[in-house]
Design a protein around this ligand. Structure first.
Ligand code: SAH
Length: 242
């Protein structure tokens, strides 16, 4: 069977995976993905053939998955969260552009904005914008433009890839732009290692977020002008009268 199934495995924990994702991995002949993510689902993979690469090996991973499929195998490509949200789905479909004979299927997963939002409470009940601070594939000037536009329109904002060793000051730079439009007292929350060992979350103001250090395993939530804290949870109201 010439097939590539692109599977979003959710934030990390088995219980946060969909039944469809679990079944696709069980049915696969070959499982490919980033080494860390294959480790998260190793019990499902069992003795199957695997191919994994490190962090920057995305193109190689997709090309290898295509090769396996073209040789007649049923291949699963694993992505964290949802494969269509800063994940591998777009690249995989592009790599297979000239091979319409290979069947493809994209299986959705729980993205970090959903799983992290649930840890914090209900921050995304109204319109929100999702922005990645990684400038590996997107010019920083465009990221700045999007931050300003989202802040100017009072969206709740979720930041993916908020920082790393090399990009230690990106979150501060992003907050400086947001502070041109948003109150320094805006309610924010950060969640690290969602659904994985060492999960932790913290609430703070936008002013405090500016001076907070975060890493690549953290997702950042910045409220809109109505977001508040209710009994220890971050909540954005939708406007119901009670
Ligand atoms: N496809 C993924 C996102 C990949 S981009 C998804 O839909 O969730 C990688 C970024 O996602 C990380 O830098 C972090 O901001 C966020 N992220 C993914 N998994 C996470 C987790 N378990 N805990 C916290 N943040 C996570």
């Amino acid at each position: 069977m010439k097939k590539v199934t692109i599977v979003g495995i959710g934030p990390g924990g088995y219980e946060d995976m969909t039944v469809r994702a679990i079944n696709a991995i069980k049915d696969a002949e070959v499982v490919t993905g980033y080494r860390l993510y294959l480790g998260l689902v190793k019990d499902l993979i069992g003795g199957k053939e695997t191919f994994c690469t490190e962090m920057r090996g995305e193109v190689e991973r997709c090309q290898k998955a295509a090769e396996y499929a073209l040789s007649g195998r049923n291949v699963v490509l694993i992505s964290s969260g949802d494969a269509g949200i800063y994940g591998m789905a777009g690249l995989m479909l592009k790599v297979l552009e000239d091979h319409p004979e290979v069947e493809t299927e994209v299986i959705p997963g729980v993205s970090a904005c959903q799983s992290g939002g649930a840890v914090l409470g209900a921050p995304l009940v109204h319109d929100f914008a999702v922005i990645s601070l990684s400038d590996l594939l997107t010019p920083w000037e465009l990221i700045e433009k999007r931050l300003a536009a989202a802040a100017g329109a009072d969206f709740v904002i979720v930041l993916y890839n908020p920082g790393s060793h090399k990009r230690a000051d990106y979150l501060s730079k992003a907050c400086d732009i947001l502070l041109q439009y948003k109150s320094p007292d805006t309610i924010c929350g950060i969640v690290k290692n969602i659904s994985r060992d060492g999960e932790e979350h913290h609430f703070m103001t936008l002013r405090e977020l500016r001076d907070t250090k975060v890493d690549m395993l953290t997702t950042v939530f910045i409220g809109n002008s109505h977001t508040g804290i209710i009994n220890g949870k971050m909540v954005t109201p939708r406007g119901y009268r009670i």
